[in-house]
Design a protein around this ligand. Structure first.
Ligand code: CA
Length: 232
């Protein structure tokens, strides 16, 4: 059965383009152009025997702010929500991720990027039921969270306990952005959520140990002003 996606976007042209691309990719898409309509669709479908698998949510909607809808959906359901936003709405990104969005894309984005993010979100949700991601392989890098090992081109890499904890947290959501706050909370603890300099320091250490070229990272990616993403 095909995955069911709710697409909330008030820009008619963009909505049509996305709808066509998603359907071409095999998704069953319900398109909506307003917050009120989208909320009605969510309530209706989630109670049906064919619930939604994912929501793609635009922030600037004619009858309200997408972030309100995000909170409303999140308070009732656990399905993945992908935010699509215009650049001037950037300030909101961190807030939205902390509020439970799975990922965000800034317009204009490519269809292939959107499809990749959808796949990552669905995969994480699918796995979350069974277990968090434990293993990660990308290029020459191999990480096994359970065995507590990191190898680069077959050679063991020594990490400090904190470096490993930070890396393991990123592996858990490989391919998705993790906010500064989420990382600081999970690795150092709730009282450290404002200590972003810890992250800069430890990410620099991790990059120097894991990246081929630490100044141009291809694995441990920076999302400016938001957080970090482990390439997937
Ligand atoms: Ca809009």
């Amino acid at each position: 059965m095909s995955m069911k996606v709710l697409l909330v976007e008030d820009d008619r042209e963009l909505r049509r383009t996305l709808l066509e691309s998603l359907e071409l990719e095999g998704y069953a898409v319900i398109a909506s152009g307003s917050a009120a309509d989208a909320h009605a669709v969510v309530r209706h479908t989630m109670a049906s025997d064919a619930p939604l698998d994912l929501v793609i949510l635009d922030l600037g909607l004619p009858d309200g702010d997408g972030s309100e809808l995000l909170k409303l959906i999140r308070s009732q359901f656990s399905l993945p929500i992908l935010i699509i936003s215009a650049r001037h709405e950037d300030d909101n990104k961190v807030h939205l991720l902390d509020a439970g969005a799975d990922d965000y894309l800034v317009k204009p984005f490519s269809i292939s990027e959107l499809l990749a993010r959808i796949r990552v979100s669905l995969r994480h949700r699918g796995k979350a039921v069974v277990a968090a991601q434990r293993q990660y392989t990308q290029g020459a890098l191999q990480i096994d969270v359970q065995k507590h090992t990191v190898h680069k081109a077959g050679t063991p890499v020594h990490l400090t306990p904190t470096e490993f904890k930070l890396l393991a947290r990123l592996v858990r959501q490989a391919g998705q952005v993790v906010t500064h706050r989420q990382l600081l909370w999970d690795v150092w603890g709730p009282e450290y959520v404002d200590h972003t300099h810890y992250l800069r320091l430890y990410m620099a250490q991790l990059r120097s140990k894991l990246e081929d070229n630490p100044t141009e990272p291809s694995l441990l990616l920076t999302e400016p002003g938001v957080g970090y993403r482990l390439a997937d």
